[in-house]
Design a protein around this ligand. Structure first.
Ligand SMILES: [Zn+2]
Length: 268
């Protein structure tokens, strides 16, 4: 490879160990997202947002108001906070521990898979990735760190969900949509769970990198390069991180560098 320039992984053209690793990582992320989404839907089923809508209707200003944009932003913030308060109450439901368990299991699986991938890459043994049991914790887990990460995911997902619901409700209220239809829209946002998918996939990616860098460390890897997937959807921050490679192993940037980042680290 050219000096100072890490090789971009071409997704879709990957061969050998990286092809196996990315297939595994993709399946792992999809599995994690479906487990977490199932737990979230069960937890949030039947959430009543009637109180939020009543408050929202009282606040929606006429569109011709001179300070309409400011007013709208204000109402959106207040509505987001009100929705978030309702979502936070879900933590007292009996289904809550199942959601937390799904989150911690996903991250434990990500860390274990990242460690296996790191050993396979560093050993360059052509794809010896070990077994593929998503929920099997075969690395030394750190329960406190997993729980902290689970709550970080939860906070981001609840906030993202609240923002999306507030946007939908505000637009609906301005259009004079009836209450029944507004409730249906909020329920659709909850069922869709987009904020949960984004948050858990990103967190699994972080756990995966943790496992991978731990494996590299065990194998005394000294230098690491950030490698992008090179498929035309790579953002400029990741390209810069790749261009600045290699790094001393201890100070290399740790993907995900942003939500849904697919970059990885490779010994140089
Ligand atoms: Zn990236």
């Amino acid at each position: 490879m050219a000096a100072g320039r890490a090789p971009t992984l071409q997704l879709g053209q990957l061969t050998g160990v990286w092809a196996a690793i990315y297939r595994r990582r993709d399946r792992l992320e999809q599995h994690a997202a479906s487990q977490v989404l199932a737990a979230w839907r069960e937890l949030a089923a039947g959430l009543d947002l009637t109180a939020v809508m009543t408050a929202l209707r009282q606040q929606v200003a006429p569109a011709e108001s001179t300070a309409a944009a400011d007013r709208r932003r204000h109402v959106q913030r207040v509505t987001t906070a009100a929705v978030l308060a309702q979502l936070a109450r879900l933590a007292s439901r009996p289904e809550w521990p199942q959601l937390v368990a799904a989150l911690t299991a996903a991250m434990r699986g990500g860390r274990a898979a990242g460690a296996r991938a790191g050993h396979a890459v560093a050993a360059d043994d052509g794809g010896e990735l070990g077994d593929e049991d998503y929920d099997q914790a075969d690395g030394e887990g750190d329960a406190d760190a997993e729980l902290a990460a689970a709550y970080t995911v939860t906070a981001a997902a609840l906030r993202g969900t609240a923002q999306t619901i507030a946007r939908a409700l505000l637009t609906a209220a301005e259009q004079g949509t009836d209450e029944r239809a507004m409730l249906d829209q909020a329920a659709a946002v909850i069922t869709d769970g987009a904020a949960w998918s984004t948050s858990i996939i990103t967190a699994v990616g972080a756990a995966w990198t943790d496992g991978m860098t731990a494996a590299y460390q065990q194998r005394s890897v000294q230098q690491l390069s950030v490698v992008t997937v090179g498929d035309g959807h790579v953002c400029s921050a990741c390209i810069t991180a790749e261009d600045n490679s290699p790094y001393p192993a201890a100070t290399a940037p740790r993907p995900p560098l942003h939500p849904l980042c697919r970059c990885t680290l490779q010994p140089t």
